[in-house]
Write a protein of this length. Structure first.
Length: 328
């Protein structure tokens, strides 16, 4: 949840979870180890988790070098998107320069051709014909060069745009669930508000998720997150579903009234809760899971953080009044 809610009775605080993680893997109390613990047990950063799992699988301790490499990789995704943006802008400027030079050459050719035609009209002399041939030859050479430069520049720009689209997609996608992430959610809210649409926001938080992680392990917890993500996508089709972090998801509904929004989110809640889960490899029974949700609707032009805050307050009420319900 996005505010400081009272935790479930069976949950440790985030700090306790981090300390437990550090003790489990024999990590001392350094700032970078605290950050690692936060990224693994609270943020559920898949890049960091993968680095820890690789170290565990090889039987080696989780070394500071592993931590630094994983964090650099996670930060590098966004940095690469920014670098590609600069490259596209630079190549687009180059392409624009080539076009301007081609247009300038075309104007020069037109002016020169008109002058030669005027001369021809005045007196059909061999010298005028020769000048016309020279002008045409020069322009043909320039056009051929410009065409080659344009083709090369377009190819480079097209390639960069593809890489940029991929990098931007990665930077706006949660790698575990393949849903849009918090950054993409913020951008979508701003886009909807810019279009003059009012916003309805639901925050969904999986109930007793820490118990699932502690009992069955983080790998199974990740599968539960993926399961809930798919259920929300299906039940909320046509609306914007994103993972905010940890076990928290958000659904953005544009120009949707409260009763319709409640019907959609409650249908998603029932769908999730209707499945009895078990671990495929071992057959170990997990059982039904549930989520609690807070729902809030905004007035025209109301900033989305205000709506998100009210939805979070309603989520707090849902958690403290028995869970597995939608409060608005």
């Amino acid at each position: 949840m996005t505010k400081a809610h009272a935790p479930d009775a069976d949950q440790e605080s985030g700090l306790d979870q981090i300390l437990s993680f550090l003790r489990r893997y024999g990590l001392d109390m350094r700032p970078e180890h605290y950050e690692l613990g936060y990224r693994v047990v609270v943020d559920r950063d898949p890049f960091i988790i993968a680095a820890v799992q690789r170290a565990i699988e090889t039987g080696h301790p989780v070394a500071p070098a592993d931590i630094r490499a994983a964090m650099q990789h996670a930060g590098g995704v966004v940095q690469r998107a920014q670098e590609l943006t600069v490259e596209v802008d630079r190549n687009a400027a180059s392409l624009q320069d080539i076009i301007k030079r081609s247009q300038s050459a075309a104007r020069e050719y037109s002016d020169a051709l008109q002058g030669s035609v005027h001369d021809l009209a005045a007196a059909a002399r061999g010298e005028s014909i020769s000048n016309l041939v020279d002008i045409a030859g020069t322009m043909l050479a320039r056009a051929t060069q410009a065409e080659a430069e344009l083709a090369e520049a377009r190819s480079e720009v097209d390639g960069l745009r593809e890489h940029l689209a991929e990098a931007r997609n990665v930077a706006r996608q949660d790698p575990l669930t393949r849903l849009p992430n918090r950054r993409a959610f913020e951008e979508r809210c701003l886009a909807e508000l810019s279009a003059g649409n009012s916003l309805t926001i639901a925050i969904c938080d999986i109930d007793r998720f820490k118990y699932i992680n502690d009992t069955h392990g983080h790998n199974i917890g990740d599968r539960v997150l993926q399961f809930v993500a798919r259920c929300l996508e299906k039940s909320c089709e046509g609306h914007f579903v994103a993972r905010m972090g940890g076990e928290e998801f958000v659904i953005l509904m544009s120009a949707t009234n409260m009763m319709t929004a409640h019907r959609i989110i409650d249908a998603a809640r029932r769908d999730v809760n209707a499945h009895d889960l078990k671990i495929r490899e071992s057959g170990v029974y997990i059982g039904a899971i549930s989520f609690s949700a807070g729902l809030a609707i905004g007035v025209k032009d109301e900033p989305h953080p205000n709506i998100l805050k009210r939805a979070d307050e309603n989520l707090y009420q849902a958690k403290n009044s028995g869970r597995n319900k939608v409060v608005f």
